[in-house]
Design a protein around this ligand. Sequence first.
Ligand SMILES: NC(=O)c1ccc[n+]([C@@H]2O[C@H](COP(=O)([O-])OP(=O)(O)OC[C@H]3O[C@@H](n4cnc5c(N)ncnc54)[C@H](O)[C@@H]3O)[C@@H](O)[C@H]2O)c1
Length: 324
Amino acid sequence: MSNYFITGGAGFIGSEFLRVVLRNDPDCVITNFDALTYAGRRENFEGLGFEDAGTRGHGNTGTRFFVKGDIRDSEAVMATLPDECDAIFHLAAESHVDRSIESAHDFVTTNVLGTQVLLDCAREKRVKRFVHISTDEVMGSLPEDDSTFFTEDSPFEPNSPYAASKAAAEHLVRAASETFGLDTVITRCGNNYGPRQFPEKLIPLMISNALADKPLPLYGDGLNVRDWIYVTDHCEAIWEVYKMAEPGSVYNIGARNTIRNIDVVTTILDILDKPHSLIEPVEDRLGHDRRYAIDPARIENEIGWSPKVSWEEGIRRTIDWYRQ
Ligand SMILES: NC(=O)c1ccc[n+]([C@@H]2O[C@H](COP(=O)([O-])OP(=O)(O)OC[C@H]3O[C@@H](n4cnc5c(N)ncnc54)[C@H](O)[C@@H]3O)[C@@H](O)[C@H]2O)c1
């Protein structure tokens, strides 16, 4: 029976990843380790059978444990990490760029130091594989024209404190692999959308405001481009990479779906039958990356993964979820 330790399982992507793991490996043991910050909610994993387990989740008789704990706390991580752990899936992070611009402190302690704590614990407990969830934002911003893409070999050029903290975390994961031979894999995904995302990010904020007939604040000229992927597709890609990737490898994850922010917002308004006059341009975000676009050829060719949910279907599912 496989035994997995998943950080950030109360968050947006982590809670979807729990569902994907349980579908792919229903008999596994999972410890869901999450500090329940403002972004983590118990409701996100309600109904999946997780029981509260203090720190010694693996000592209980069930197979799905929730432990409220902080990845910066090495004693708590060591006390919780199973002795025979097949994989750590590391999704816990401070994840909102705007908050990192207000204060980078928690981003450095959680995303950088917290990752190092997990790597040290993984080595000590001889965890078989460390799967690190990163972001395309470590590679900075692309030019406006649509001829360039991020590949796995693109240089690191993080522009926000969030992206810089995720870049630092990736370097530490690589160092653990190169120096100590820890079996690591890294995934870098673009912008996710879907149910259970905290409504501070673009899509859930715009849906929530449109539903309430409130103004939709759109940064700058609205022409920033993001590469959108439905959250389930991202989580299935992580699972496939976990099963198939070579130790030390890096995979970009993308759905070949680049859209301008203004077009995302008008799509939401049109589906909800709300007027475009609700859009309210606001002063641009500091250091706002202009364009993200991922070349997913490596994961498509080497792992055989491809996304299943189209943008048209995914955005409708997402809107339906927030409406309910
Ligand atoms: N959202 C995206 O579009 C996106 C894209 C690419 C990569 N990522 C990465 O995916 C991961 C998950 O992102 P998300 O959007 O689900 O984030 P989220 O903010 O929704 O969830 C983060 C989770 O981590 C937990 N957490 C935060 N600090 C912690 C700490 N110190 N100890 C333990 N738990 C802590 C929170 O309680 C929360 O449940 C992050 O690593 C993020 O960088 C996100």
